[in-house]
Write a protein that binds this ligand. Structure first.
Ligand code: UD1
Ligand code: CA
Length: 456
């Protein structure tokens, strides 16, 4: 285990031109989290004393995301993207007196695990090295930097663009994660030059520089799946596939029943208790917690929701942020719920919208119940007590309160509060006219000119 203080530097200033997207690369998502959030979260698990994110100029959105992930983050601006080494250099003035371990991560490497980072830092400390590099054996080495070794010992890292044909044939690659001794970091980074194929200051050159100075350096092996770098849309998708596979395996190992795991998509923070059952084609957005015994039926879309014990959700349910589904509740098909607390045993079985509301225990919402929460300017709340019965096709025009035990008749538009145990109903009186139906039919048939033709 690492013992020294850690200062984490996460590089996120690159434009990510290979993504061909107006969105900065590090804000692209994998499993509902930005690439930046993944990298920062892995680093935060090591409890660093300083966390710095290097961002480009005019990258307010990236800075905002960094702060959303960790409010104490120090954002360092790299005005021009002159390379990964140049990016780390921008953070060095803040670490002049830092004697711990500098841990550098690239924000475009979302699958990295904290355990691997710990291993790297521990190896730097144990070997009293100036630099420790995280390498991996690549299935397709593509444009990764290559670790040039001799008898297992690292000599240098050669970037793909600068590599000879012989070096390009090497399959041991650089993941981009690096640990540097804080006492040596300023000196090593200060010695970087940009005399190379890209005309950039490569962070990877610190290995060569450490060797020249006779400082110790080392490397640690990681699994390829963990260090996939995202540079293009296809690589983002590949990282998504890997992460989804990993999360499905973890869920099942934790006793979650996934009927067809390959059709279920998780967010990085999805929490499913043991004994949850998930039917095919379910998508989880961020911020979902599901308690034991819950059944999530096919084709449901769930984000920011808490589903309590033994509730049943779906098929075709949509739970949006702030949906709090009580124990034993039943949320059926084509039901949408957002910012609403449903207490124990509430039933909304079909075709319903509940927004900005609280529904008391054991209440039943008939098909087509709609909370009219928005007047075009503001959102308003609907409060429904316990054991209330709302008849089908009812509009509840918020703000409105329905007392415990009240009954609302089908087809009502409720604009006034309803007292406990009251019955509320408002609909047009029904008129039945004898013979009128037959007369209309005859008239229409005459117009259509052919008896028996379906005129409707
Ligand atoms: C880099 C490594 C390569 C490694 C690969 C692993 C260097 C020179 N090369 O190449 O050895 O195999 O990662 O994925 O380090 N960034 C900045 N400022 C800059 C340039 C980049 O902040 O001036 C950031 C980017 O936002 C990105 C990260 O650094 O998060 C890596 O940059 P990128 O251009 O993707 O490097 P690669 O070409 O992938
Ligand atoms: Ca990259």
């Amino acid at each position: 285990m690492p013992t020294k203080d850690i200062a984490a530097i996460i590089l996120a200033a690159g434009k990510g031109t290979r993504m061909k997207s107006p969105l900065p690369k590090v804000l692209h998502e994998v499993a509902g989290w930005s690439l930046l959030r993944h990298a920062m979260s892995a680093a935060l698990a090591l409890k660093p004393v300083r966390v710095m994110t290097v961002v480009g100029e005019n990258m307010e959105a990236v800075q905002a995301e960094a702060r959303a992930v960790y409010s104490d983050v120090e954002c360092v601006v790299q005005e021009k993207q002159l390379g990964t080494g140049h990016a780390v250099r921008q953070a060095m003035p803040k670490l002049k007196t830092f004697k711990g371990t500098v841990l550098v991560l690239y924000a475009d490497t979302p699958l990295i695990r904290p355990e691997t980072l710990k291993k790297l830092v521990a190896s730097l400390e144990k070997q009293k090295a100036a630099v420790a590099v995280l390498g991996f054996e690549a299935g397709d080495a593509a444009e990764y930097g290559r670790l040039v070794t001799e008898g297992g010992n690292l000599l240098e890292i050669v970037e793909h663009k600068d590599a000879t044909a012989e070096q390009r044939a090497l399959t041991l690659c650089n993941s981009g994660v690096m640990a540097i001794s804080g006492a040596k970091a300023t000196e090593l980074l200060g010695a970087l030059t940009n005399k190379n194929a890209k005309g950039e200051y490569y962070l990877t050159d610190v290995v060569k520089i450490a060797r020249g100075k006779d400082y110790g350096y080392t490397w640690v092996r990681a699994e390829e799946a963990e260090v996939l770098g995202v540079n293009s849309q296809a690589e983002r998708a590949a990282a998504e596939t890997r992460m989804q596979e990993h999360m499905r395996r973890e869920a099942m190992a934790g006793g979650v029943m996934l009927v067809a795991p390959e059709t279920v998509f998780f967010a990085a923070d999805t929490k499913l208790a043991t004994g949850v059952k998930v039917e095919p084609y379910v998508v989880f957005g961020v911020g979902v917690k599901v308690e034991a015994g819950v059944e999530i039926r096919a084709f449901s879309h769930i984000t920011g929701a808490h589903i309590r014990k033994n509730a049943v959700v779906g098929p075709f349910a949509r739970l949006r942020p702030g949906a709090d589904i009580g124990e034993d509740a039943k949320i059926g098909n084509f039901v949408e719920i957002k910012q609403a607390k449903l207490h124990k045993g509430v039933k909304a079985s079909h075709l319903t919208y509940i927004g900005d509301a609280e529904i008391g225990a054991e209440s039943n919402l008939g098909a087509g119940t709609v909370t009219c929460n928005y007047d075009g300017y503001n959102k308003h709340r609907t409060e429904i007590g316990a054991e209330v019965f709302i008849g089908s096709n009812t509009s509840l025009v918020a703000p409105v309160k329905i007392g415990d035990g009240a009954i609302v008749g089908a087809g009502s538009t409720i604009t006034k509060d309803v007292d406990p145990d009251a019955r509320a109903i408002n609909k047009m009186p029904q008129e039945n006219t004898p013979g009128r139906g037959g007369a209309i039919r005859k008239l229409q048939e005459k117009k259509a000119g052919a008896k028996g033709k379906n005129y409707l």
